[in-house]
Write a protein that binds this ligand. Structure first.
Ligand code: HPA
Ligand code: ZN
Length: 338
């Protein structure tokens, strides 16, 4: 019998991938205040502690309101670089070997921060992480679903000179009232450009939004997907298509998608044969990075060693890495579990 301590140690050592991570959600309050000061921007909160005290959310929108406020101090390329590098350093220390990160260009374009400023800062940090540690990455441009289809098309236009740096597109922000079908034409255009496609669905939104992400967008992956479990046919469809779910345990707890970590559906997803993965979403806001997410599952759900291995495997196979690199990571992972 493995003790929880042994399993937590194992989860720390596993080579991990992170497939659901908003770079703006890695903005730690200390760094936010430092960059605000550097840019002579005033934050709504006077101190780091006052800001942290505001991180009490009852739903997704509560969080998003603070998330957009926080990112508003990002103005220059160096800000985007520093933000991204701080995250990469952190997860490198946690044995994360590959990251697929979202950025929200519209959250910055609306403040007149040009597209090239944003993406150059983020991309250069990703490149440096590969040089320094061999950490690989994919970059996912995410559309804000509370904005219009027209705005998403304009964003895609802005991205055109940088398409070789962008691997996929996503859909995030306020889910309720903004179903995936609102963006079916934009995603069609993105697919025609050879981009991978994913969408947040079933975090707060109903199973029907997950159906739409599959049938009308033709997603390669589903971000969250919790509420898919309410619909047996949908579960069967996700399984038949072998779609990966990028699940975010601590995020779900903080945003009240689950009431208690012991009731988190991730083990149920595995039992149903779904390709669930563990991710941190917005770690600076939700109380933990990759290893904290695993530790919380170990402590609260009684997850087994076999399930731990399955989750880490799913993270590798569900990534957008090439086949050979996946095989190398899987080999290392299996060696660790021998
Ligand atoms: N859901 C929707 N939009 C988001 C999230 C999330 O968890 N994080 C950042 N934007
Ligand atoms: Zn997310």
């Amino acid at each position: 019998m493995d003790t929880t301590d042994t399993l937590v140690e194992l989860s720390k050592k596993m080579p991990k991938t992170e497939l659901h991570l908003h770079i703006e959600g890695t903005f730690e309050p200390e760094q936010m205040f430092a960059i605000a000061q550097r840019n002579q921007v005033k934050l709504k909160y006077d101190t780091v502690d006052a800001l942290k005290a505001a991180y009490q959310f009852t739903n997704l929108q509560d969080f998003l309101d603070l998330y957009y406020q926080g990112m508003s101090v990002l103005l220059h390329e160096a800000d985007f670089y520093d933000l991204t590098m701080a995250y990469l350093e952190k997860v490198n220390s946690e044995n994360v070997v590959h990251v697929e990160i979202f950025f929200d260009p519209q959250g910055h374009l609306s403040r007149d921060v040009p597209f090239d400023v944003q993406i150059k800062g983020i991309y250069n940090a990703l490149q440096d992480a590969q040089l320094k540690w061999g950490m690989t990455s994919k970059l996912i441009m995410s559309f804000l679903r509370h904005l219009s289809e027209e705005s998403a098309f304009e964003t895609l236009e802005q991205a055109t000179p940088f398409l070789s740096w962008i691997d996929g597109v996503g859909l995030d922000s306020s889910e309720l009232g903004h179903p995936p079908e609102k963006f079916s034409r934009v995603f069609e255009a993105c697919k025609n450009l050879g981009l991978k496609v994913t969408a947040h669905a079933g975090e707060e939104g109903p199973p029907d939004y997950v159906w739409q992400a599959i049938d009308q967008i033709g997603v390669d992956r589903i971000d969250h997907g919790n509420r898919a479990l309410e619909d047996d046919k949908l579960v069967a469809e996700i399984k038949a298509r072998g779609l990966t779910l990028t699940v975010c345990p601590l995020s779900n707890l903080k945003l009240c998608v689950v009431n208690d970590m012991k009731d988190h559906p991730i083990t149920r997803m595995l039992e149903l044969g779904l390709n669930a993965t563990v991710n941190s979403d917005d770690p600076a806001y939700f109380g933990g990075y990759m290893n904290d997410n695993y530790a919380s599952l170990v402590h609260r759900t009684g997850i087994s060693k076999t399930e731990l291995l399955q989750l880490a495997k799913n993270g590798i196979t569900g990534s957008w890495m090439d086949h050979h690199t996946k095989e190398q990571h899987l080999e290392r992972l299996h060696a660790l579990f021998q």
